[in-house]
Design a binder for this molecule. Structure first.
Ligand SMILES: NC(=O)c1ccc[n+]([C@@H]2O[C@H](COP(=O)([O-])OP(=O)(O)OC[C@H]3O[C@@H](n4cnc5c(N)ncnc54)[C@H](OP(=O)(O)O)[C@@H]3O)[C@@H](O)[C@H]2O)c1
Length: 502
């Protein structure tokens, strides 16, 4: 317990009120997300006694499985993927309220079976008709389930829907889905998840900007030269060709995580931290984003190469990928936020698979000192100040500053002032899904994406994809294990800048 007492982050979680009793229904319970993320997150919440006192979980999917088989599979998932040690007692309590139903949403009788199971569970566990429905299913399956739930909504209890990304495939499909949701549900009943917003470091960006007096005055075009955001993965598509061939990097990362990181970096201070205040400010940034011209968006696709010493094949050789696939696995872009704070300040963003290493960072590069009184040679190793937010891994913040090298003379070099979460707070960071599932149960939508944000994000993606139809770059154009195509470097070189390398 001593470690917990010294961990302000954990205190924050512990101080939160416990959600009302409810049943969490997971559609897509036979899938990857449920076993790798959702059930392990629920287990970690159970360890910390953050789940509702009256609680039940119902897994639903088309695959046949019994309650016992489901519980056993989930137990193994927890043992394999949870961040906490397995404790039999905690598990037994969670598993006691856990059920599975085999469900095909086209089958009406079966759907009544879901209703019957939920009613029975309400009686057994005192969950009062409150429901959280988690949509861990492909986007194409969402609409039908939404209609089915709406048709069988019971009068008592509240209802919340957590919808996974991708939310639609383009602006039109996202609008259609929003319209369908709005027909039956209020906006505050819909929680569109972008798990990046559940990450501690992303929330820490808000703390850094709005809880410290020193950053806000310099957080603008007068002091900041440019911003670089990198979402780099070293992995390939991990057997998910069916999904990735349709999505590509632009829909998989740019449309959601990347644009949310831009919005959080660039937003104005909200008047408070309620869901609407925060999302009002984010959507203003998304509306202010200029559509980049074709020259300012680079796309790439990985070829064979070496990642962390291991030989890997190219994207087109991956199982399930078309041999002449034009799907991009890398995107870099120069974006401008057209408002007073950011006019003419580029936001360079890049994201891709099979890059040199896994890293998500936001780098705020400040302008050079206006008149350094040192000779060029003395300040040879001196780079401009950079505030670097490590979103993952090695979560933390670092500030690059110039310092005098000890000894005779006046030689200046860049050094780093580092804050690492692992060093400052003793307990491991909560998984994003823990925070987000708990928030949804509490009805707090601050860290979820609102319908207007999603639509702004898609409008930008649609504009980019439209000009991509006009030309066919020669793919593959970068080797696995590098930092993407040469044209991505040129994007910055043209402006006399370069991507940071560490
Ligand atoms: N895995 C991740 O880490 C991750 C991360 C971010 C977002 N997501 C999103 O989360 C969702 C689920 O991902 P996943 O990785 O778990 O996918 P998955 O392993 O393919 O699982 C999909 C689940 O949906 C069910 N399903 C498929 N088609 C269905 C249909 N027509 N009607 C009803 N259910 C259907 C499947 O069960 P049955 O076939 O048994 O019905 C299965 O349980 C996707 O939208 C994905 O983009 C996943």
């Amino acid at each position: 317990m001593a470690a917990a007492e010294h961990n302000p982050l954990l205190d924050g979680l512990r101080l939160r009120r416990r959600p009302d009793g409810c049943i969490l229904v997971i559609f897509g319970a036979s899938g990857d997300l449920t076993s790798k993320k959702l059930i392990p997150a629920l287990y970690s919440l159970a360890v910390r006694q953050l789940l509702p006192e009256h609680f039940g979980i119902v897994g639903a999917a088309r695959t046949e499985e019994s309650d016992d088989q489901f519980r056993e599979r989930m137990k193994q998932a927890v043992q394999e993927h949870a961040r906490d040690e397995f404790e039999q007692e905690v598990w037994d309590e969670l598993a006691a309220g856990m059920h599975y139903i085999t469900l095909d949403f086209a089958d009406d009788k079966r759907e009544n079976k879901l209703r019957d199971v939920l009613t029975k569970l309400d009686e057994e566990r005192g969950t009062g008709g409150n429901r959280v429905y988690y949509f861990a299913v492909p986007p194409s399956a969402i609409g039908t389930i939404v209609d089915e739930i709406a048709a069988r909504r019971v009068a008592e209890g509240w209802i919340r829907l957590i919808i996974e990304k991708p939310f639609g495939h383009d602006l039109q499909s996202a609008r259609d889905l929003n319209t369908r949701l709005k027909e039956h549900f209020a906006e505050n009943e819909v929680f569109r998840i972008d798990h990046y917003l559940g990450k501690e470091t992303v929330q820490n960006m808000l703390a850094l900007r709005f809880a410290n007096g020193i950053f806000e005055p310099i957080w603008n075009r007068q002091f900041i030269d440019h911003v670089q955001i990198t979402v780099a993965e070293s992995i390939g598509i991990e057997g998910r060709a069916g999904y990735y061939e349709q999505a590509g990097a632009i829909r998989d990362i740019f449309q959601n995580h990347l644009l949310q990181l831009v919005a959080i970096t660039a937003m104005e201070p909200p008047i408070d931290f309620t869901a609407d205040s925060v999302r009002n400010e984010k959507v203003k940034v998304l509306k202010a984003l200029q559509t980049p011209g074709p020259k300012h968006v680079i796309r790439g696709q990985y070829g064979a190469g070496f990642v962390e010493g291991e030989e890997v094949r190219g994207y087109r050789e991956e199982e399930g990928v078309a041999p002449a696939s034009m799907t991009e696995t890398f995107v870099a872009a120069k974006l401008y936020v057209d408002n007073w704070r950011w006019a003419d300040t580029p936001f360079y963003v890049r994201m891709g698979k099979r890059l040199a290493r896994r890293e998500t960072t936001i780098a705020i590069q400040f302008k050079r000192a206006p008149h350094p009184p040192f000779e060029d040679a003395a300040a040879e190793g001196l780079r401009p100040n950079v505030l670097l937010i490590h979103v993952q891994p090695n979560e933390g913040v670092s500030l690059a500053i110039g310092a005098k090298v000890p000894g005779q003379g006046m030689t200046i070099r860049t050094v780093h002032m580092d804050f690492l979460y692992g060093g400052a707070f003793r307990e491991g960071l909560p998984e994003a899904y823990e925070r987000l599932i708990l928030d949804a149960m509490l009805g707090d939508a601050t860290l979820f994406t609102r319908s207007d944000e999603i639509e702004e994000q898609w409008a930008l993606v649609d504009a980019i994809v439209a000009f991509w139809q006009r030309d066919r770059p020669s793919f593959p154009n970068y080797a696995s294990g590098t930092w993407g195509p040469a044209t991505s470097d040129e994007l910055l070189h043209r402006d006399g800048r370069s991507w940071r390398r560490h």
